[in-house]
Design a protein around this ligand. Structure first.
Ligand SMILES: NC(=O)c1ccc[n+]([C@@H]2O[C@H](COP(=O)([O-])OP(=O)(O)OC[C@H]3O[C@@H](n4cnc5c(N)ncnc54)[C@H](OP(=O)(O)O)[C@@H]3O)[C@@H](O)[C@H]2O)c1
Length: 256
């Protein structure tokens, strides 16, 4: 007897941005274990290829490298992603985390995090609002952050971009529900990834700061796979009546 698996993604076509590293890479790997065919995107072709080769059924997945801070690449990515068929899901995990006190933010830095963390998601969702690009039941999942709801010093640029993303998810969910499209976000707290390691190494998180951080997360620092599990739940039909939510995946961070 086949085992009932409501989280199956068998033969679902899913685009994952940020698939070359951290949470996006974990989402791609997890989705492949659930049977999905994944289109992986990020800037570094070699790192995307590494993710692909580590996935289940690696030959069924494709990679599309490019920079999502460039509007033209978002258009090219959509064209490539739908080349072999309409999409069933989209995970926007590409992101950057500038940690800059307000006094030192340069004017040109104002737009960078918005472009990758927020505008790229909107540009891709603009395409996925069209029936010709997506199958009925299409599910989009944005990787937002607890920073959309809770502040930290030097987090202004990042928090603003994630706050915009989380708000847009709610609005898009309402707008696209009549088309059968669901739009949700997960909001991780601190997760072991290269982004987290870079912040930890920047001096903003010395040992004392790290200990304080761990106090804020009763379940400790999270792992990318723990975020990927929640993302794949939202991609799957197990969550078919859930749209417009910002789901904390935060080890208890926001509960305190
Ligand atoms: N780690 C955490 O503690 C944490 C907590 C909350 C939320 N998040 C969010 O989770 C998401 C993934 O973060 P992570 O921790 O996994 O970080 P990461 O390991 O640094 O991965 C970031 C990903 O974004 C891609 N990316 C960055 N700039 C890009 C650009 N201009 N164009 C295309 N792709 C770009 C990178 O690919 P390339 O380098 O190949 O371009 C990489 O795949 C981000 O949105 C982040 O804000 C992370």
């Amino acid at each position: 007897m086949a085992i009932f698996n409501p989280m199956t993604l068998t033969d679902k076509r899913i685009l994952v941005t940020g698939a070359s590293s951290g949470i996006g890479r974990a989402c791609a790997l997890y989705a492949s274990r659930l049977g999905a065919r994944v289109i992986l995107s990020g800037r570094r072709l070699d790192a995307l290829e590494k993710t692909r080769l580590d996935m289940e059924n690696s030959s069924t997945h494709t990679v599309v490298a490019g920079d999502l801070s460039e509007v033209a690449f978002a258009t090219a990515l959509v064209e490539q992603a739908v080349m072999d068929g309409k999409l069933d899901g989209f995970v926007h995990a590409a992101g950057i985390c500038p940690a800059l006190p307000i006094g030192v933010i340069a004017t040109e830095q104002l737009t960078e995090s918005m472009q990758v963390n927020y505008f790229a998601f909107l540009l891709l969702m603009k395409a996925f609002a069209k029936k010709k690009h997506v199958n009925p039941g299409f599910s989009a999942v944005a990787i937002s952050s607890v920073s959309a709801a809770a502040g930290w010093p030097a987090g202004t640029l990042y928090a603003g971009s994630k706050g915009a993303l989380s708000a847009a998810v709610r609005a898009l969910a309402i707008e696209l529900a009549p088309k059968g499209t669901r739009v949700n976000a997960v909001c991780p707290s601190n997760i072991h990834t290269p982004m987290f390691d870079a912040l930890a190494g920047s001096g903003l998180n010395d040992d004392a700061a790290l200990a304080k951080l761990k106090e804020k997360q009763p379940l400790g620092i999270g792992e990318p796979e723990q975020v990927a599990a929640a993302v794949c739940f939202l991609l799957s039909s197990a969550s078919s009546f859930i749209t417009g939510v910002n789901l904390p995946v935060d080890g208890g961070y926001l509960a305190q």
